[in-house]
Each structure stands twice: as C-alpha cells, then as structure tokens.
Design a protein around this ligand. Structure first.
Ligand SMILES: [Zn+2]
Length: 447
C-alpha cells in the first residue's frame, strides 16, 4: 500500500453548508458530509472480499450514500459510469426520488453464464464486478431489507441488422442458416452483455505498475477532487469510476464461448463514433468492425463461437474534441503517414490512452482460454491478452479491399509502428508519400 493514502485532515470531516442554499425539495440537511475516515464513529463497511469464490462470501458492492448507508458503504464513486451525473441531474431537477429503488423483476440475464475460476481470482478480474449480473439472485435478502444494491452488468438478446452483413449474404460470403443469420436481409440474432466499470484499486494499480497510493492520489487530483475517499479511506478498495463501459456481442450459442473444444473468432473494438455510426472514411474503424462481425458470425455458423467486444474508448480514449483537433492539425499540416502519430502527441501529449491493461478482464469473465482468430492488428491488444494468459493462435488483418483510401494514412502509420500485418511494412520515406485527402474543394460546401 502506498503512503499517500494517509489522511491529511484529521479534523471533523464535515462542514456546515456555507452560502449556497440547498432547495428543501432536494431533501438534504444543512450538514454536508464531505468525506469519511476509517476510524470514525459508526463507520462499518459491509465486508467486501475481492476475489472470494462466490458472490455471498465476496459481499455486495454498496456505493450509495443515501438512506443511512453512508457508514456502511464499501465502495466509492457511483453507479452508472459516466451516466451517474445524469442520475444526479434527474434528482436535482426533482424528476427522480433520491431514495428510489429499482424494481428488478424480470430483469435477470437471458443466459446464465457459467461460473469461471477467474471470477474468484483477484488478479484476473480487477475492472468489473464478476457477480454484477446476478445481484437479484445473490442478494435477495439484502434487497428485501431495502439496501441499495444494483446490477453493474446486464445480459440480453436482440436481433440486429448491418448493411455490410446484408451485403455479405447477397454476395454469398455468409449463408442464411435460420438461427444465427435469420433471413436474406442479413438479420442476425445476438446475445449482448453490458458491463459498467467496477475497479478493485489494488489490482488496477498492479496492472499499470504503480503503487495504489499514487493511483488513488492521481484519480483524486485529476477528477477535480471529486472523490475525497480515494485519499481518506484506504480501507475502501473498490471504486466505480465515471467512465464508459463495454458491450459484448456473442454470435451463436453463448455456452460455446468458454468451450475450449470449439473455435473462437474475436474482435476487440474501441469506439469510434464518427466511423462506427456515421461512416466517416478517415479511419478503418467501421470497415474493421463490420468485418469482425462477419467473421464472428461465420465462426459461429461453422460450429464455433464469435465474439465482438465494444469498448467506450472514443478516439483512443482521448475523446472526440481531441480527435477532431488532431484531424485539423493533420489536414492543415499536410496529412502524411510519417507525421500521423506526432500530430496526436502534439495535442494529446500521448498517442493513445486506451491502455489495454484492463481489457482482458472481460475475456476471463467469459471463460475464454484461447482465441483461434483474433480480428485485430493491434499489438497492444494482442500483448495484453497473451500476457494475461490467453493464447492467440491466428491474427487476421483487415482485408485490403475494405480500407478506405483516406484512411491509408492511419493504417500505414500504424503498420509502420508495429501493428500486425501479413502485407508489407512501409519505410519512413514511403510513409511521407502516403497522403490523405486535402480540404481543397471543401470551401465549395458553403457557397
Ligand atoms: Zn476510427
């Protein structure tokens, strides 16, 4: 444990509200508890033993400050990831009762994922609650007693339709099997798992090779001091950070995912809204995603399993504002592949903030032991998965014909920087000749 978690403010951890009045409608007292301390009177967190073999001995994650639970909470942050702020807004606006309890009837998973040894291994899963989908079953008594315990995962099923999949069916690249691909329009059945982040801080710190105290202090400082218990409560080890989570898309029977005897095709995809949804052609994100879905379906149709995992890490986790600033710098500065990474580093300070260290958790949760076909060229993803103990048997790059011409700058720069390819790697001189589209004709749009 780091030394920076020692409380530095020994006085009473609360103040009287100064000049800002709180509306009585919000139901808050004048007394605001800014933070808590381990030895403080009444502080008695519900035991939470990360890595325990089952949900009951592990204990529920309790993050609420409401309804008398402030002294019993065993985690920091709030439910909902980035949406925790909207939840607060809804309460502030009087649209939502601060003491609202969800009625979770019929919300249980559509598939019961089998327990995996990794669920009880505090080194294998550190960024999600392995029992987060099964709260209603596991903590019925506590829920009945009025405790605010919420699922941090949900499992459902859906039909989906992608233009590229319809095209693959028409081209004869995919068959209609009536079960996975339902009809000739390319309608596909899928099992989906949504996961919100739940961080076990000692495990997260270890993944990044920093001490827990440094991690806590940094999270505290760079969220504007939003979570003081990161500093004052070293005994609380679990943090629900205000960031996006991930979605798992499973093609074919979900029970096959953990079956070592069948083949698995896997794409790990990080969000790129501009390309994924709006089909901007400056990068290869949507084409690679659609290719990944196609290959995942194909593997499932062949008796194996296909999995696509979608992480909310927009623009290499730099966000869209940074991403567009970089686009401008690229287009104005001569968009060539040799300068691709420098443009990002100039504006963001780093070329990538996705840090794949936490990514493999979901693979271990699913019980994946090996990946037969990895539909990704990223070395960071490959290395993170392999280092976590999962074998990758084959790496499959995006087919040349799916690469939009304006995205050559990005893909060739990445290949030069060590991304996996079965094709040729360009030299720096050659990269200087790989140019993206300019803006020459763009002023026309305004006339
Ligand atoms: Zn993209």
């Amino acid at each position: 444990m780091g030394d920076t978690t020692t409380p530095t403010m020994p006085e009473a951890p609360s103040i009287q509200s100064p000049t800002t009045p709180t509306s009585p409608a919000a139901g808050y007292s004048k007394h605001i508890v800014l933070t808590t301390y381990p030895g403080q009177s009444g502080i008695d967190p519900v035991p939470l033993v990360w890595g325990a073999p089952d949900a009951k001995s592990r204990g529920p994650v309790i993050v609420t400050r409401g309804a008398g639970m402030l002294k019993r909470r065993n985690a920091m942050g709030a439910h909902g990831g980035s949406y925790s702020i909207y939840n607060a807004l809804a309460i502030a606006a009087g649209e939502l009762d601060a003491n609202f309890r969800p009625n979770l009837q019929n919300s249980q998973p559509t598939f019961n994922f089998p327990w995996q040894p990794a669920w009880a291994d505090k080194t294998k899963i550190v960024s999600m609650d392995p029992f987060g989908h099964d709260i209603v079953n596991q903590f019925r008594e506590e829920l009945d007693a009025g405790w605010d315990i919420r699922p941090t995962m949900a499992v459902t099923r859906a039909n989906m339709k992608l233009a590229e999949i319809g095209e693959a069916v028409r081209n004869g690249q995919l068959d209609v099997d009536g079960s996975i691909v339902v009809d000739s329009s390319g309608e596909v059945r899928v099992t989906k798992v949504a996961v919100e982040p739940v961080w076990y801080l000692p495990g997260v710190a270890e993944r990044f090779g920093v001490d827990e105290g440094t991690l806590r202090r940094t999270l505290f400082e760079h969220t504007g001091g939003s979570y003081p218990e990161l500093i004052t409560r070293p005994d609380l080890k679990v943090f629900l950070p205000p960031i996006g989570g991930l979605t798992v898309y499973i093609f074919g029977p979900p029970e096959r995912v953990s079956d070592e005897n069948v083949k698995l095709a896997l794409r790990i995809h990080d969000e790129c809204n501009g390309s994924d949804v709006f089909q901007s052609d400056i990068c290869t994100c949507r084409p690679y995603l659609a290719f990944g879905i196609r290959e995942a379906i194909r593997e499932a149709q062949n008796g194996g399993s296909g999995v696509v995992i979608y992480f909310r890490k927009e623009g290499r986790a730099l966000g869209e504002v940074i991403k567009y600033l970089v686009y401008n710098a690229r287009k104005r500065g001569g968009d060539t592949a040799d300068k691709y990474f420098t443009r990002t580093e100039n504006i963001a300070g780093v070329r990538d903030m996705r840090f794949q260290a936490l990514m493999p958790d979901i693979l271990h949760w699913l019980g994946i032991k090996k990946v037969d076909r990895m539909l990704s060229m990223s070395n960071m993803k490959h290395d993170a998965i392999v280092q976590s103990g999962i074998k990758i048997l084959e790496r499959v790059p995006i087919p040349e014909e799916l690469i939009p011409s304006d995205s050559r700058v990005e893909i060739d720069a990445k290949i030069n920087a060590g991304y996996f390819t079965t094709g040729r790697q360009y030299t720096m001189e050659e990269l200087a000749a790989v140019k993206g589209r300019g803006w020459e004709k763009w002023e026309d749009v305004t006339h």
